[in-house]
Design a protein around this ligand. Sequence first.
Ligand SMILES: [Zn+2]
Length: 168
Amino acid sequence: MRNRAVFLDRDNTLIYDEGFIHEPEKVRLLPTVPEGLKLLKERGFLLIVTSNQSGIGRGYFPEEDFHAVNRRLQELLRPYGVQIDDFFFCPHRPEDGCKCRKPKTEMVEKACKKWNIDPSESFVVGDRDSDVKLAVNAGCRGGIKVGTPPFPDFLSVAKYIISLGEKG
Ligand SMILES: [Zn+2]
């Protein structure tokens, strides 16, 4: 049986972002993120970050900063007993015309191959329309935009995803 996953945007979905966040000491979890991630993990979803990081391609910060922020995110989640399973990122600028910048699908395709994920049983969660479009483009079961009604916070999204699973 193949795995199912939630493909997660990082900045402004899991952590606060005032723009091109790249300093580990500034990382703060958004409200209800640990609770929501834990709920999804308990129901068998892999937690996979897929993040556009054009700040790297623009030369605003080095790739290592992206990884440092991820490590800090994992540290902040550890007390809650949940971790992100993997991180994928696009370092390119929009004008580079790459195949990985969301809503293009290469990050999801790579994750599905690596983790034996069935995209049609998986979801995308993010704060932008590009995350919802990614879900369509990658053949996912759904794409959910967090931060606006009816999904004001991450836990409301997690509960919605779980409820869909229960309906079969
Ligand atoms: Zn790219």
